[in-house]
Design a protein around this ligand. Sequence first.
Ligand SMILES: NC(=O)C1=CN([C@@H]2O[C@H](COP(=O)(O)OP(=O)(O)OC[C@H]3O[C@@H](n4cnc5c(N)ncnc54)[C@H](OP(=O)(O)O)[C@@H]3O)[C@@H](O)[C@H]2O)C=CC1
Ligand SMILES: O=C(CO)COP(=O)(O)O
Length: 353
Amino acid sequence: MPDNPTPGNHGANSYDVAVLGGGSFGTAMAKVLGENGHVVHFWMRDEAQAEEIRRTRINRRYMPAVTLQGDIQPTTDLAEAVRKAEIVLVAIPSKAFRSVIREHSSEFRDGQIVVSLTKGIEEHGFKLMSEILLEELPRCRSGVLSGPNLAGEIVNRELTATVIAAKDPDVRRTVQELLGCEYFRVYANVDIYGVELAGALKNIYAIVAGLASALNMGENAKAMLITRGLAEMSRFAVSLGANPMTFMGLAGVGDLIATCTSSKSRNFRVGYAIGKGQKLEEAVQELGQVAEGIYTLKLVREKSEAIGIYMPLVRGLYEILYESASINAVINSLMMAVQNSDVEFILPRTITQ
Ligand SMILES: NC(=O)C1=CN([C@@H]2O[C@H](COP(=O)(O)OP(=O)(O)OC[C@H]3O[C@@H](n4cnc5c(N)ncnc54)[C@H](OP(=O)(O)O)[C@@H]3O)[C@@H](O)[C@H]2O)C=CC1
Ligand SMILES: O=C(CO)COP(=O)(O)O
């Protein structure tokens, strides 16, 4: 989309919104909100970064080519950002999500809307971010936002759609009104767990797709990986209570396509680097940003084995990343596994492991 100096708001209310997390996605959402005419209390932990954004309107570390427009107020005072906000969006990596929220939980008000933008799972207890919000902020109204939302495209005003999942219809409507504009479209869902799990799980398959790309696999192979990834992630999520139809939507197949076909995805890039022979630690260090999939992979492998869910791609990727298995040996064992059914919701699988 060409750059357009006029705000993208539908002309509705202006809100005070806190965006917690000054990385790529926090910046992308702050930009949409600023252009939509909202007041953005943009929290990050680094005062030098906040001061630089105040002065230059540029988040040099995470989005060096993007100038922020509108009333965006960078701050390192989380309590004040939350106190001023009607709605809080949280874009903090899963490893730090609970600690940041817990430390400031007393600042949140009863009924305040708090939405997680984070696509990950907490290490201890396999908790999703919506569960952390419920535990830490039981009197707030929560939701999750997930979908094919590469931050680098959103900041360029490229056409994008996302999903807001919340039980409370007012939360869904408010977030649609808040973020929706001519380049950003917000669809609603009530299956919070499904939307959130889809966003976290697809990162694993983005790593697999990056690996396949590094190995110059053909289009048939890429399609097989994406589709079997979808089968595997929906099998797992349904066993935990998600609705399988959510995986047909933007948060499921939509995000899988975006991240499994593009080197703009950091998870894809980690997979690509490993496929080219780099060690996992080197690949992560070189990336310099969060790739949630490498942590999610460990947790999902452990959980799937504990509850007996067949996830051959998860198992194979885990062996490559964490057990130094040969990529070719893993591919061979996946291809030579027992033949099975295509869509198990139509023809049940007969083999369970
Ligand atoms: N980027 C994208 O395209 C999308 C990302 N997401 C999700 O959004 C979440 C955030 O990702 P993203 O913004 O891309 O990540 P980045 O790696 O770009 O940025 C991470 C941000 O989190 C901050 N951070 C890290 N640890 C802490 C902590 N302990 N306390 C406070 N802040 C901390 C970093 O601060 P500092 O710089 O000071 O280290 C930085 O601002 C992830 O779960 C990701 O999956 C969702 C959709 C799209
Ligand atoms: O979730 C994303 C796009 O929808 C971003 O993916 P990465 O974290 O792999 O960059």
